[in-house]
Design a protein around this ligand. Sequence first.
Ligand SMILES: O=C(O)CCC(=O)C(=O)O
Length: 316
Amino acid sequence: MADAALDAVRSELRGFPAAARELSVPSAVPYLDEPPSPLHFYRDWVCPNRPCIIRNALRHWPALHKWSLPYLRATVGSTEVSVAVTPDGYADAVRGDRFVMPAERRLPLSCVLDVLEGRTQHPGVLYVQKQCSNLPTELPQLLPDLEPHVPWASEALGKMPDAVNFWLGEAAAVTSLHKDHYENLYCVLSGEKHFLLHPPTDRPFIPYELYTPATYQLTEEGTFKMVDEEAMEKVPWIPLDPLAPDLARFPGYSQAQALRCTVRAGEMLYLPALWFHHVRQSHGCIAVNFWYDMEYDLRYSYFQLLDSLTWVSGLS
Ligand SMILES: O=C(O)CCC(=O)C(=O)O
C-alpha cells in the first residue's frame, strides 16, 4: 500500500513538468525591442515567472560603447580584484564525490587582461565572478559608466538590487547548472553569454545529491589540490552536466526540456528567480548583473514543496 502511494506520488511528479510547460513555459526565450514599463514587466514577466531578453535597455549606458579589454586596462588595470581560479573552468561544481569551490586569488585586473589577451599564461582558468556586489566594492571607478540599478525593474519589484556583479573571464570558464533566489537582470556589455535554462517546474527531472564541500588550492608549482572544508555541512548540488548528460545515471533528465539562448552585447536577460541556469561565454565577455531578492510568496512555497517531494520520493 505504502509502495503504491509512493509510486503514485512519483508518477504525479513526472507528469507535472509537462503540464506546467503546456500552461506557461515558452518554447524559446522571447525578445522585447524596448525595456518594458514597470507595470508590464511585473505583469507579463515577473508574475508569470517567465524569462525574456530585452533589447535597447542599455543603450544609454556609456559602458556599452566604452567597455573593452583595452578600456578596462586603462581605467582599472592596476586595481586588485578577486579572481576565481580553477583547473578546468568549473567553479562551484561537482567533481567526483566533492562539491568544489574555486581557489580565490587577489590579482591586479591587468594580470587577468594579460591572460585574456594571450600576453601571458596563468595556471588554470580565470574568472572574475565574485558574487558579492564586486562591481561597487572592487571596481567603483567603473560605476559612472552605467546606472546603479535598473529603474523600471526596481520600481516593479519595489526594491533595490541586493548585489551588482561584474563578470569577466576566459571562454573555458563555465557556471554549472544551479538556481538562485534572485530576480536576475543580466546585462552583456561585450561578447556573448550562452544560457541553458530550465523552469523551476522541471525540478523532478533535475538530480541533486549531497556533497562534501572542498576548495581548490593553487600550489607554488602551479598545480591544484582539493582541500576539504571540514567545518562546512554537506552541500546539495546538481551532479549533471546538461551539455553532456549522463542519461544512464539520470534517465529522468531525458524528459526535461532546456531552453537555450544567447545574450549578446547590448542585451539584457531577465532570468526569473528559481530558474535553473548553466552559463558559458565568449572569451573575454564582459557582463554586469543585478540581483533583486525574490518575494518569498506562495510561488516560493510551492517550489519548496515540489523540491521536498522530489527529494523524499527518491526521484532526485
Ligand atoms: O555568468 C555566469 O557565468 C553565471 C551567472 C549566474 O549564474 C547568475 O547570474 O546567477
